[in-house]
Design a protein around this ligand. Structure first.
Ligand SMILES: NC(=O)c1ccc[n+]([C@@H]2O[C@H](COP(=O)([O-])OP(=O)(O)OC[C@H]3O[C@@H](n4cnc5c(N)ncnc54)[C@H](OP(=O)(O)O)[C@@H]3O)[C@@H](O)[C@H]2O)c1
Length: 249
């Protein structure tokens, strides 16, 4: 089965490409480096020819509500239109647990993506909402260095390994479209600041971690448990510490 992966060079997308191969299917990589622009749609028709499913693992790095909404809306519309034209029967999207409810900043884009998918596309889609990835702690280390300090948002999360999310997306893509399925989170609740502390210690980086409350609805959603999985969620196996040991080994 040919499975196209939008965002194939990203943290999740590169793992989806590996998981497609591991499951015995053929990946088609979509990213700007391979000459395909999801914002303009250029190159998409060619890339989707003969595909049985598309896994959308693309993302913007912007945290602005306007830019995030523009990105996820445009990409979703362009992908759905190109899939219809190419006769691709299954679109698989990944979103974030609680993002549609919080609907602010980056999450406004995820809310818009979910709305377009569930409203405009009759059947032919699957949506998986997941928790933050273990890798998110590493991403925060890259972004939150302020002078000698490491600044981390005050955040409750139940992180999951991106590789487990990737494997789940491929299983979904290889099956029939199922609409919104159960959430996927990790095995235990954590505080993001603790994860960053553990990541810094394990990688030999010594700087104080300062937990800050992000103002507004986005920060409130991070703090108040909105991003935690509900009772019906499926839980991944790998803990953050197991993931961290794997990175170092
Ligand atoms: N990170 C998390 O903790 C987390 C948790 C839950 C859900 N998610 C969701 O998982 C998905 C992937 O996130 P990620 O963190 O893995 O993203 P990422 O590492 O930032 O990767 C983004 C990907 O999108 C591609 N891309 C961006 N703009 C493009 C364009 N105009 N045309 C073609 N490709 C474009 C990039 O490719 P090039 O730049 O090479 O073109 C890259 O492959 C997102 O939907 C995100 O909301 C993330």
């Amino acid at each position: 089965m040919k499975i196209a992966v939008a965002g194939a060079t990203g943290m999740l997308g590169s793992r989806v490409v590996d998981a497609v191969r591991a499951a015995g299917h053929e990946p088609v990589s979509i990213s700007r480096g391979s000459g395909i622009d999801l914002m303009t749609g250029s190159g998409l028709a060619e890339a989707l020819r003969g595909a049985s499913a598309v896994v959308d693992a693309s993302a913007t790095s912007s945290t602005s509500a306007k830019k995030s909404t523009d990105f996820f809306s445009t990409v979703t519309r362009n992908l759905l239109a190109a899939e219809r034209a190419a006769g691709v029967p299954h679109h698989v999207a990944v979103s974030i647990i609680g993002a549609a409810k919080v609907d602010a900043n980056y999450y406004a884009g995820k809310a818009a993506q979910e709305k377009i998918l569930t409203a405009a596309h009759e059947g032919g889609w699957s949506l998986l909402r997941t928790a933050q990835f273990h890798e998110f702690a590493k991403q925060l280390v890259g972004h939150g260095k302020v002078g000698p300090l490491q600044v981390v948002p005050s955040m409750r999360a139940q992180p999951v390994a991106a590789a487990e999310v990737a494997a789940e997306l491929v299983t979904i893509a290889a099956g029939e479209p199922r609409g919104l399925g159960p959430d996927l989170a990790g095995p235990r609740e954590e505080r993001m600041a603790d994860l960053v502390r553990r990541y810094l210690a394990a990688t030999g980086q010594r700087r104080p971690v300062v937990e800050v409350s992000i103002p507004g609805a986005w920060g409130r959603g991070m703090r108040d448990g909105s991003l935690l999985p509900g009772p019906g969620a499926r839980l991944g196996r790998q803990t953050f510490d197991e993931w961290l040991s794997e990175q170092l080994g």
